[in-house]
Design a protein around this ligand. Structure first.
Ligand code: NAD
Length: 466
């Protein structure tokens, strides 16, 4: 069945299509509709038309979100299959992402929209949250369903209507989500269109769009901010990370190795908040590297649709090329590849878990966001030095401290310049806590009351008896 867009409550085909590649095979396996400008305008106008009625009935919105959650949960397996095929994450993880997406709509259906009230002289002052209007939701390819829901769920709860545009590398699961949800929502409330960066830019600059929720790279985020600036649109930017994990000399390497490994290599390292630089106290470098190597060599790399696969391919050709060029540079300056380091000789975009030592700041693998299955590991002499190196970057998404001394770990976590700092964990997200970055890693927060705030304007109503 061809994938179709959802506009104004109905399925819409594109005049043209573009190929979607399965990264496990390297071959195209489906076409997605290429949304043209008139169709984009139809989607935004449908959302604008639906806004008036949708914003007025909060209880109908909660009921509809609950129904969407149940329908998504019912289809989690099918959604997961599509996602695993187009993006390459292991099928078990892809189904889990679809289930989390259902949970996010359930959670939104029950979330409080804050209202505050107090008396001021003769007047009663009420502070309420009003929806923005039409919201553009732009998720990246690594978690299209989950990060799409981080935007769509709070935006719909608070009375906005939405146009969702997923990444052209992984559009099919979001188109499928649109088909599921349009059965349970009034026409125009959620529209899902597909296309590339140019379509994203036209959507962001469309005069009827009042709010933008974007997750992606820093460079695109800056472009989105420029596009949104002309009309001063409300904006949430969740951008790239270059998270440092700092391992102190009191850890038991056997105990922490698996958590550190998967903190770096879950989703084949393609997570904004994965460990991307590992700083290890000199005295534990050898035993920790030994444990990490053991895990890396035992991991089952394979086709995303194979239920025994733990480690899928890189999500697309462009990202594979980026990773290989970073590896080339590291090799040129004398890096030591402890494991992996080469593309596998098989179809698909496979690079196995790659541990790299004998590297330092000054090369892209350390200074930029690699967003792939390659981890630079560096030793440090003093904790102060490690914190300084962790913070010496324009990124500020997350970080972590690994130690048996929780009090010291918590104190040091507070020294990291980032939105979330963990102790003895990494990339464990509390869905009720705000998520977002400092410095170039973003603007605003998603999740919990902060996520709701992002899709609303504050209104103060002063009412006096006479
Ligand atoms: P990307 O920036 O290339 O694209 C993101 C989305 O923006 C896509 O849908 C794309 O089509 C669209 N787009 C491209 N140009 C646009 C423009 N000019 N205007 C509007 N939209 C445009 O990112 P990606 O490669 O899909 O994702 C990887 C990046 O996402 C990494 O940097 C990663 O760290 C980041 N990321 C951040 C978080 C977070 O929460 N901070 C989470 C996941 C991924």
């Amino acid at each position: 069945m061809p994938s179709l867009m959802s506009i104004d409550g109905v399925a819409v085909a594109g005049q043209h299509g573009f190929e979607v590649v399965n990264p496990s095979t390297g071959a195209p396996f489906a076409e997605a509709p290429a949304c043209d400008e008139p169709t984009l305008n139809r989607a935004v106008e449908a959302a604008s038309k639906a806004f008036g009625a949708w914003r007025r009935d909060e209880s109908a919105r909660r009921t509809a979100l609950k129904a969407c959650a149940a329908a998504i949960r019912n289809q989690a397996e099918a959604l997961g299959r599509t996602l695993a095929t187009e993006m390459g994450k292991p099928i078990t993880k892809a189904i889990e992402e679809a289930q989390i997406t259902a949970f996010l709509f359930d959670q939104a259906a029950e979330a409080q929209i804050p209202v505050e009230q107090f008396d001021e002289g003769r007047a009663q002052v009420t502070i309420v949250r009003r929806p923005l209007g039409v919201v553009a939701a732009l998720p990246p390819w690594n978690f299209p369903l989950g990060l799409g829901a981080w935007k769509v769920a709070p935006a719909l709860l608070t009375g906005n209507t939405v146009v969702l545009k997923p990444s052209p590398y992984a559009p099919l699961s979001s188109l499928q989500l649109g088909a599921i949800m349009r059965e349970w929502l009034p026409p125009g409330v959620l529209n899902v269109i597909s296309g590339g960066g140019e379509l994203g830019e036209k959507l962001v600059t469309h005069p009827l769009v009042r709010g933008v929720g974007f997750t992606g790279s820093i460079a695109t985020g800056q472009q989105v901010a420029r596009s949104a600036a002309t009309q001063l649109k409300r904006l949430t930017l969740e951008l790239g990370g270059n998270d440092a994990a700092i391992v102190l000399d009191d850890v038991d390497p056997k105990q922490v190795a698996s958590r550190i490994f998967w903190g770096a290599f879950a989703n084949s390292g393609q997570i904004c908040g994965a460990i991307k630089r590992l700083y290890v106290a000199e005295s534990v470098m050898r035993p920790l590297l030994h444990e990490l190597t053991r895990i890396a060599q035992a991991v089952r790399v394979g086709d995303a649709l194979d239920p025994t696969t733990e480690f899928g391919p890189i999500g697309n050709r462009a990202q594979l090329d980026r990773i290989l060029s970073m590896l080339d540079e590291a090799k040129r300056v004398g890096a030591h590849l402890v494991t992996g380091g080469e593309r596998l000789n098989r179809p698909g975009f496979f690079v196995p878990p790659t541990l790299v030592t004998k590297v330092a700041e000054g090369i892209r693998l350390v200074d930029d966001e690699q967003f792939g299955p390659v981890l630079p590991i560096m030793s440090f002499r003093t904790v102060e030095e490690a914190i300084e190196r962790a913070n010496a970057t324009a990124f500020g998404l997350n970080g972590s401290i690994w130690t048996r001394n929780i009090a010291r770990g918590t104190e040091l976590a507070g020294e990291l310049e980032c939105g979330t700092a963990w102790v003895n964990q990494h990339m464990v997200i509390a869905l009720r806590a705000p998520f977002g970055g400092w410095k170039a890693s973003g603007l605003g927060r998603e999740n919990g009351p902060w996520g709701i705030q992002a899709y609303t304007e504050v209104q103060v109503i002063h009412a006096s008896a006479d």
